[in-house]
Every structure is written in C-alpha cells, then in structure tokens.
Design a protein around this ligand. Structure first.
Ligand SMILES: N[C@@H](CCC(=O)N[C@@H](CS)C(=O)NCC(=O)O)C(=O)O
Length: 282
C-alpha cells in the first residue's frame, strides 16, 4: 500500500519542478521532510535517482537552494532527492543543544543507544524507507540509484554505497568525513548514538568499510585545500590510503583555495552529476 506524502510547496525550475514534501516516517518515528527535483524528461520516461545527503546544520533545503544542481540534473536526466539530516522535534532532552549533534546531525546511522534510538534511524530511513517512497510516488528507475553528499553527508553517502553496493551503482562526495571513528565530530556522534564500544563504529566508517568492500565504479571526491575542517575532521588521506590498500579506484581532487562551503559544491556539482549519470545510464 502506498505511503502518504504531503506536498509542502513546488516551483518550476529549468523546465522541471522542485518539490518539498513531508511524510510520517516509520523508521524515524515522526514527520520527515525531503526535497525532489524532477527534470523535464521525467514527464515522458522514468529516470535514475541521485540522492544527496547534506552536512551538519542543514535541512532538505540547503542543497536545492544553494548548489545550482537542477540545471545539470535536467541536462543529464537524473532525479535529485535531498532528505533532511535528522529527525526534528523528537522530544528528546538536549536534542537542540549542539550544532554538531542531535537535530541537524543524524550522521546517517541507526542509533542503538537510549534515548536516541527511538527516532534517530537515519541509515534505515535513507537506504530503505525513502527509496521505497520515491519509487511509489515518482517516475523513478529504482534499479538505477546513485548517492552523493557533503561533509557529514559525504560520510553518509560513502557508508550507504559501501554497505549496499548492489543498491547504489555510483557514489561521490564533497569534503566528506571519511574516517568518522577517528575525528571529533564522528567520535562525539558515535559515542552517543552507538555507544562506547568502537567495534560498532566500524560499520559506519568509510575508511574501515572500504578495506572489505570493493565498488565496481570509481569513487569521486572533491576536497578544498582552504577548508578549515580539513586536518582535524575530514582527513581525506586516510581514505586514500585505505583505497590504495584495497585497490578501490578513487579520484580524489584537492581543489586549490576552496573552502568547506556550498561554493565548493556549486563549482563542481556538474562534474559530480555527470560522473553519476555516466554510470547510471549504462
Ligand atoms: N556551524 C558551523 C559550521 C557548520 C557547517 O559548515 N555546515 C556545513 C556542512 S558541515 C553546511 O553545509 N552548512 C550549511 C550551509 O552552508 O548552507 C560553524 O559555524 O563552524
């Protein structure tokens, strides 16, 4: 049976439509929001779907309003889907206290710890519930899915792809947190969502996962050299070394002078959408 979906608002964009939706989520035990861009071509044929996971403090809006991605989704014929970054107003004490944990910082994990586990099931939401909903309500080709993201969302995209190589054909990231178990943002989130046992963290650490799973297609990463989070939180060299060890093809592009903002994404988003479209349309 089709799950209910409410349209919040819709705008024409590059001949297609950007729509914002809400729905009661089973995984997250509350209302969740997401955004969808349907290119003009989707009116005549089903298209591959490319998921974008945003970073800390973001909602389903940041990518749609700041990345300028719709023109390229229209050009290359892919549907874009951008979910929110966490449950909201879950009623969990302290959920609004920090910008890098709780609301806006779900880290795309299924929390196992009280009190977070009652709502913070973002891994199941993104990999199962949302794709099912998209396939039910939009002209999507469910067997052609790709995923990309920024920062915390780059971590999420890499983890989702590495854990589900048959579900996601293509993956890329902007300034991703690639070694989540080893950096302060990841350690804070994982201790609270997953508990102190670091063994449980491995299944959400891209640099650990890539040692045991190989993806068929190369991974594309863009990282700005002027990103203030580069050394302490992002550490792309850790992922690069792990990819070399496991012979996973990786294109890591260090972009001179770019910072952590959406200007990095806007500059290189066409390259990423082309990377996905070339694989998804094969
Ligand atoms: N609030 C943090 C920064 C958080 C941040 O940079 N968030 C990134 C993702 S990790 C983002 O995309 N922010 C929203 C935006 O730029 O639209 C600070 O002030 O240092």
């Amino acid at each position: 049976m089709s799950q209910p979906l409410s349209l919040i608002n819709q705008s024409r964009c590059f001949g297609g439509t950007v729509g914002f939706y809400s729905h009661p989520s089973v995984s997250c035990n509350g209302l969740m929001k997401f955004a969808v861009y349907l290119p003009p071509r989707s009116r005549s044929e089903p298209l591959p779907v490319l998921y974008f996971l945003s970073g800390l403090t973001c909602t389903e809006e940041n990518f749609m309003t700041k990345a300028g991605a719709q023109q390229f989704a229209a050009k290359y014929g892919v549907i874009l889907v951008a979910p929110d970054t966490s449950p909201r107003s879950a009623g969990i004490p302290g959920e609004e206290d920090d910008w890098d944990f709780g609301t806006g910082a779900g880290f795309y994990v299924d929390a196992t710890e009280v009190p977070w586990r009652s709502h913070y099931q973002m891994y199941s939401y993104v990999t199962q519930e949302l794709p099912t909903l998209i396939a039910e309500h939009f002209p999507a080709q469910p067997d052609r899915q790709g995923i990309f993201g920024h920062s915390m969302g780059g971590h999420g995209a890499l983890v989702c792809a590495l854990r589900n190589p048959d579900q996601y054909r293509s993956v890329s990231a902007f300034a991703p947190i690639v070694a989540s178990s080893r950096v302060p943002w990841g350690q804070k989130a994982f201790t609270n969502y997953l508990g102190a046992d670091q063994e449980a963290w491995r299944s959400y650490d891209a640099s650990a996962l890539v040692l045991t799973t190989q993806l068929k297609h190369p991974i594309l990463i863009d990282q700005g050299t002027a990103d203030t989070f580069l050394e302490k939180q992002l550490m792309p060299q850790v992922f690069e070394q792990a990819c070399t060890r496991s012979e996973q093809p990786l294109t890591l592009r260090m972009q001179e002078g770019y910072d952590h903002s959406y200007y990095l994404i806007a500059t290189f988003v066409e390259d990423h959408i082309r990377h996905h479209a070339e694989i998804l349309w094969r």
